[in-house]
Design a protein around this ligand. Structure first.
Ligand code: ADP
Ligand code: MG
Length: 230
């Protein structure tokens, strides 16, 4: 591909030190992702997918290698500077949505804006608008416990996108949903991709979902074993 990469994974290795010694979870991973690509990450449980996503999202540091965003190594940043880069650039949907149970849907979605210093009234307006976009205008004041699994995932999507990141990382976003709800969530992500030109990297066990994206990366025992354009 001749286009410059938005995101490049270069010689990535991740080793954890445990009581039983060192274990290498990811090794020799090299991938270039261009802006606007929709990439699926597949692989059996324990293959290293979540570890990879956390590193791509700047939530965990690599042992060796680099993650380049628009050509710059994101781990050259540390602490508050890395947090600020992440908040501005990357939306993350966790495997278990990780909404705050004590707060309403609206407050959950406002949170990244408030953390980023956006005034409360503006944060509320932006959060309502994106909750409307994901089809939850009628659920603003519900707490996560009073929402269905699919609705909770929509809130998580709204929270991930409310700061208008250019990169969305999603770790099994349909993993805990029935097939009908999974399809709705996938359609919503594709709609966001079209509307915002979002680059998406999505971990999934759903082969159909993987096949519907532009490209599939398969991780096996911490190594990239397939990289296929659909
Ligand atoms: N903090 C950690 N310390 C030690 N081992 C870990 C840690 N996090 C993950 N692992 C191990 O790394 C492997 C890959 O985990 P993970 O990335 O969660 O896989 P996947 O998401 O593909 O199921 C697993 O064997 C897991 O036990
Ligand atoms: Mg995982």
């Amino acid at each position: 591909m001749s286009e410059p990469a938005l995101l490049e994974i270069r010689n990535l290795q991740k080793t954890f030190t445990t009581a039983g010694g060192e274990i290498t979870i990811l090794q020799q991973i090299n991938v270039k992702i261009v802006a606007g690509e929709r990439v699926a990450v597949v692989g059996t449980s324990g293959a290293g997918k979540t570890t990879l996503m956390h590193i791509l999202g700047g939530l965990d540091r690599p042992t060796r290698g680099e993650i380049l965003f628009e050509g710059d190594n994101i781990f050259a940043l540390r602490g508050a500077a890395l947090d600020a880069f992440r908040n501005r650039t990357i939306g993350f949907i966790f495997q278990f949505h990780q909404l705050l149970p004590e707060f309403s849907a609206l407050e959950n979605v406002m949170m990244p804006l408030l953390i980023g210093g956006v005034p409360r009234a503006e944060a509320s307006e932006k959060a309502s608008s994106i909750l409307n976009e994901v089809g939850l205008a009628h659920r603003l004041t519900h707490k996560p416990g009073a929402l269905s699994g699919g609705e909770q995932q929509r809130v998580a999507i709204a929270r991930a996108l409310v700061r208008e990141p250019c990169l969305l990382l999603a770790d099994e976003p349909t993993g805990n949903l029935d097939s009908g709800t999974s399809e709705e969530i996938m359609a919503l992500l594709n709609q966001m991709h079209l509307a915002r030109g979002l680059t998406m990297v999505i971990v999934t066990h759903n082969r159909e979902l993987a096949a519907s994206l532009d490209r599939v990366l398969e991780i096996e025992d911490g190594q990239l074993v397939h990289d296929i354009l659909n």
